[in-house]
Design a protein around this ligand. Structure first.
Ligand code: ATP
Length: 324
């Protein structure tokens, strides 16, 4: 299938190398401001993560992007168009609310959605069978969806939104409801889309998926951007930590930044300290040995995207829960 992505899109007099752009998006529901000044841009071929706790505004922003909702303020463009509706055949969208015609078979459902996006019937059916085979559903390809588990039906819905080979794929919480094996299958599908030159945007609050898949992420908390950048840039926001295991007492340890006991078992205690950006681990170990500390182990802990999420939007999540 030909790759339709254009590296550079001309929009009126303006040239942009972004497939998707949002600028200063604001949205109120009544008096409640759900989105407050979100700006972001997605480049061709990127996997881009929309991250945030429940109620952060992810679905609202995605719906604004797709012209399903109107913003109160701000500008958007998708594939060079001001309205995603005018380039709908080049977009694949998995909405947060799942829904398929239960009496249909997966082959017919995928064929139906591909035809709505402009594919010829025979080609759409061939593509449906090929996808079902590739993603482990060929044995049930001709069974009614009403006999499927929730996860199987969700896989069919994901395949329905990529069957027409869209340039941009937008998936709202695609991993929710899938077991670990099918989460892995979905990760493979997202990587296959990226390898074929497609652009994928997905929302999630499970950081491990974003950490493994995303080139860049936006973290939203209570409608506001808390972070925008690469996964490495996100992780670099937090210090590495050094974990030390010893049977010496805490008072024997040298004064280390943020030192705290994190575990105790069989006469050994484990402590953690923060490492400064360029600080050498050897230097701290030497300090310990010079102080007569009997170390039985040490580990350097790199911050994860989950740690950054908790640090940046954990408070937003707690406040949203209190307000609910
Ligand atoms: N139609 C609506 N009317 C009033 N408030 C709404 C409406 N839709 C969403 N909201 C509120 O706007 C905020 C953002 O909702 P949104 O669904 O965009 O968040 P989200 O990040 O996708 O959340 P989740 O991860 O739970 O799906 C929430 O506080 C939600 O209650």
């Amino acid at each position: 299938m030909p790759i339709k992505n254009q590296a550079i899109i001309t929009r009126g007099a303006c040239v942009t190398d972004h497939l998707v752009e949002l600028e200063g998006i604001e949205k109120r529901y009544g008096r409640f401001k759900a989105v407050n000044g979100v700006s972001m841009a997605v480049k061709p071929g990127e996997i881009f993560g929309f991250l945030g706790p429940n109620g952060a505004g992810k679905t609202t922003v995605i719906r604004i992007l797709l012209d399903i909702l109107q913003p109160d303020r701000g500008r958007r463009q998708v594939l060079g168009a001001e309205s995603a509706l005018s380039v709908g055949d080049r977009i694949g969208y998995l909405p947060e609310e799942r829904g398929l015609y239960k009496a249909m078979t997966p082959v017919n459902a995928i064929t139906y959605f591909a035809r709505l996006k402009g594919m010829k019937a025979a080609h759409a059916k061939e593509r449906a069978r090929e996808l079902l085979e590739r993603y482990g559903l060929s044995a049930v390809a001709d069974k009614p969806i009403k006999t499927f588990s929730k996860g199987m039906a969700q896989k069919v819905q994901v395949l329905s939104c990529v069957a027409h080979d869209p340039e941009v794929v937008i998936l709202d919480e695609p991993f929710s409801g899938l077991d670990p094996v099918n989460q892995q299958v979905l990760e493979e599908l997202i990587c296959a889309l990226r390898d074929a030159g497609r652009t994928v945007i997905f929302s999630t609050h499970v950081m491990q998926h974003a950490e493994r898949l995303c080139d860049r992420v936006i973290m939203i908390g209570r409608g506001e951007t808390r972070f925008l950048g690469t996964v490495d840039e996100a992780r670099a926001r937090l210090p590495r930590r050094l974990r030390l295991t010893t049977d010496s007492t805490a008072s024997a340890l040298p004064a280390l930044p943020g030192l705290e006991k994190v575990a105790e078992a069989d006469g050994h205690a484990t402590y953690e300290t923060r490492l400064a950006a360029q600080q050498s681990v050897q230097q701290i170990l030497k300090q310990c040995l010079d102080s007569g500390v009997d170390l039985s182990g040490f580990t350097v802990i790199e911050p994860t995207l989950h740690d950054v999420f908790v640090d940046l939007v954990g408070e937003d999540a707690r406040q949203a829960r209190t307000a609910a």
